[in-house]
Design a protein around this ligand. Structure first.
Ligand code: ATP
Ligand code: MG
Length: 458
């Protein structure tokens, strides 16, 4: 199974990894790096102490579009930890219609189970492929059911030769299969009907949200159905491989590993926490906002949530909350919750220099993306450094003039800037197009001069 890197990366290395995607925001990067490393340290503690150490949950405070979500997302990628991003505003207080907060842990567990299952299925892929090939050959050349009773006397010569003939035909077919000569041949196979389909009649009754293992509950009521289906060899191979994989994967083990991972390394990114942090008023939706905070509290403090895979303890799950906190402050959260998020980090608004770097430096930088996209049409974009600077300046300007949406502004500007080229690309094959300051100004001039227009377009 995949080695989880949480065990290996030092805080410095974690920050280095984050640096590949996020410009600046060093304080936030350090905080998450320490939080991740602390879990590794905790694992090496003597058992009595290990259970005592609570995760140092984090609140990231910063305006929109400056990298809060991106940091959390990349963190989960580099650590291989089960990760879920949820919006605090999505939940409603227990007793009201809506999703209850415990569902975030159930969702996280589902994610972990799928991840582990995927890893294990990669491990058995080789064997599953071999078996699927045998299955295919069985279908193409159905084994003859020989009479069960033992033949009296020595096996007759005819029998042996027919056996051998079969074997060599089978090998011939195997060769044809491997050469891909039979891909389009239509055969009939038996496929298992997914139980969810049988359970479809219960959909919409709100049962999904109860998250019980319905297929187990009703498993006996609705025995597994098989259906004959006509498919090409190519499709059949896929279906058979999946079936063989399912047989090879030990689901009990998958669940055990997944729950262990969720409990020991899970990360919940709780976005828009500021929106449930309003204090004071005792009427309207605010009452239930505080209710949601009260519901979240036990999960963050450590409780046991029942999921369809079994009980999951939340004591060591790391929570990273984030919010702009324009209208409220972290101190508006209920005190018990504040105490559970001891680390506060502020993220800075992005400067023109930051935006300039964001355009070009991250592994997934926008300029790299557009270049690569147009490269597929044989068009080469040659961004001049001064032009990049100009784009960053325009982004800063528009952010200041209208609303500061951080790096997201770059997306709208780049799209407008390259719209023409993008549209005409198929006709520009083998050309190199210089993107100069003049080009940038020319393309964006109209929108920039008209403040009302830029509100809509950029
Ligand atoms: N510091 C940064 N470095 C690189 N890219 C960034 C940075 N900040 C934002 N981005 C890019 O901008 C987009 C929005 O960033 P992100 O989703 O992290 O915003 P956010 O801080 O979570 O905002 P919100 O409060 O609206 O959720 C992403 O595509 C991200 O890659
Ligand atoms: Mg976000």
């Amino acid at each position: 199974m995949k080695r989880l890197k949480e065990n290996e990366l030092t805080p410095v290395e974690i920050v280095e990894e984050l640096d590949k995607y996020i410009i600046g925001q060093d304080k936030a990067k350090r905080a998450v790096a320490i939080a991740l490393r602390n879990r590794y340290r905790r694992k090496n503690l003597p058992e009595e102490l290990r259970d005592e150490v609570a995760p140092k949950n984090i609140i990231m405070i910063g305006p929109t579009g400056v990298g809060k979500t991106e940091i959390a997302r990349r963190l989960s990628n580099i650590s291989g930890a089960p990760f879920i991003k949820v919006e605090a505003t999505k939940y409603t207080e227990v007793g009201y219609v809506g999703r209850d907060v415990e569902s975030m842990i159930r969702d996280l567990t589902n994610i972990a189970v799928n991840d582990v299952k995927k890893e294990m299925s990669e491990e058995v892929e080789g064997i599953a492929k071999e078996r699927a090939e045998e299955d295919l050959l069985d279908i193409l050349l159905p084994p003859i059911s020989f009479p069960r009773q033992k033949p009296v006397g020595p096996p007759d010569a005819n029998q042996i030769t027919s056996d051998e003939r079969r074997k060599s035909t089978r090998e011939k077919f195997r060769e044809m299969l491997r050469k891909g000569e039979l891909e389009d041949k239509v055969i009939e196979i038996e496929v298992k009907q997914p139980k969810t389909q049988v359970l479809g009649m219960f959909a919409g009754m709100g049962l999904e949200d109860m998250d019980l293992n319905l297929s187990n509950m009703f498993g006996n009521l609705f025995p597994e159905k098989k259906k004959r289906k006509k498919v090409t060899v190519k499709e059949a191979r896929k279906i058979l491989e999946e079936e063989e994989k399912d047989k090879l994967i030990d689901m009990d083990k998958v669940v055990k590993v997944a729950i262990e991972r969720v409990e020991q390394m899970g990360i919940v990114f709780l976005d828009e926490i500021d929106k449930i942090a309003q204090k004071g008023s005792t009427h309207g939706p605010d009452v239930s906002r505080e209710g949601v905070q009260r519901d979240i509290l036990p999960i963050v403090e450590g409780s046991t949530v029942s999921t369809k895979y079994g009980a999951v303890k939340t004591h060591h799950i790391l929570f990273i909350a984030a919010g702009a906190f324009h209208m409220s402050k972290p101190s508006d959260l209920i005190p018990e919750l504040q105490g559970r998020f001891p680390i506060r980090v502020e993220l800075n608004s992005l400067t023109t220099e930051d935006l300039e770097k964001i355009l070009t430096q991250p592994k997934n930088a926008l300029v790299k993306q557009y270049k690569a996209l147009l490269e597929t049409e044989g068009v080469t974009l040659d961004f001049r450094p001064e032009a990049i600077r100009e784009i960053a300046e325009i982004a800063s300007f528009v952010n200041a003039q209208t609303e500061n949406i951080g790096a997201r502004r770059l997306h709208t500007i780049m799209e407008l800037l390259l719209e023409d080229i993008s549209f005409n690309a198929p006709g520009l094959k083998d050309q190199t197009i210089p993107i100069t300051v003049e080009y940038v100004r020319e393309k964006l001039k109209d929108v920039l001069e008209n403040k009302d227009l830029s509100k809509y377009i950029l």
